[in-house]
Design a protein around this ligand. Sequence first.
Ligand code: FUB
Length: 457
Amino acid sequence: MKSKFTLPLAFILSLPLTTQAINPIIQTNFTTDPAPMVHNDTLYVYTGHDEDGADFFWMQEWRVYSTTDMVNWTDHGSPLAIEDFEWADDRAWAPQCIERDGKFYFYVPLHSKLTGAMAIGVAVGDSPVGPFKDAIGRPLVDGSWDYIDPTVFIDDDGQAYLYWGNPEIYYVKLNKDMTSFDGDVHKVEQSVDGFGAPGPKERVKDAKYKDNYTEGPWFYKRNGNYYLLYAAGGVPEHIAYSMSDTPVGPWKYMGEIMPLCDTGSFTNHCGVADYKGKSYFFYHTGKLSGGGGFARSVAVEEFKYNKDGTIPTIMPTDEGPAPVGVLNPYRRVEAETMAWSKGVRVEQNSKTGVYVSDIHNGDYIRVGNVDFGKKGPKSFVADIASALRGGTIEVRLDKEDGELIASLNVPGTGGWEDWKSIETSVVAKATGIHDVYFVFKGRKGPKLFNFDYWQFK
Ligand code: FUB
């Protein structure tokens, strides 16, 4: 029997042949504590950055990534770091950024030089990717190990709220300037009904509670319901949530969202966003190669709210969400826009911005859902630089060893930042939608070249 849902054959044939992993969404750095923000037609995610080889959360900077298709992520580098806050000396922990009246307010926890404890600061910028600067030259709150993990939300009536805390929960109303308080800081009373357990000081040792709030709150409103999602259960952490009819409670404990999973990270930290008609849950794991409790990586899953607004159980996957758009290869595409990569890293400087570095023989970049259209390209251009002997970029379709459509010989250019645009012919027909692999070849051992951007013509 013919189903009325049959897809046109031409569409099916144009789809990529394989479903590839996109989680963790960033492979070029360890990333933590994701805070998504939708602005215009782009979804940004603000993250912490676990340093390579760290034995604690010795985090130095925050990073920003963006997508328009939920498959390819562009690295915008680090627009904010500890040194941008004169009063801070350590621990660039879980951030969140929000837009108000054309300005972007970036709330961050830091270790304070003033008190020797944790504090929360706010930076401001004119664009979602910065640059940002300390908005007030001092912390918003300072002096307690509780003062971490700020989450910010502006209600429909224009009132902004900042929640934060570990293991207590605090909130304050923000003035319209987003950098000062309207009234006092309130401590949220935790109870079994509200959060699965009484507050940390009232908990009875060895008592079995339903759950307990730990850290990493994520506060928002959707269809009239207020949500507070958080890391729960102490370490190792799972993600649970509470709901309320008002922005300031009383809260009702609703259960677990992401149960304890064997992801290699004893913390978890979530953020939620609606984008292009779908809902997404961001979290972190230790699943990147070389990852672990202090080497975490951001991942994302699509989910659907239940009819009553409650949130279903969400499990970590390698595949992540389906694409919600295609990538146009006939405009300049930054090399640091990718669905997956092996071996490469990124660097940034004030002249070039972010570019792909540490390219060695056998490394590759996969760009997902590239739409070549009906005619297909004639040539491929890449902007590259090499202080050594260069190498080759093999452009392949759908697999690391898929059909070779172009092969670009990269010469030495005289320096790692002496950029040159090199063009080569496309030697096979490429039409429709494909994953594109840039497979890097050259002498075994040394770095081959740096890669800034590319374009098909
Ligand atoms: O990333 C440092 C800390 O680990 C965050 O502030 C917590 O939420 C936990 O993820």
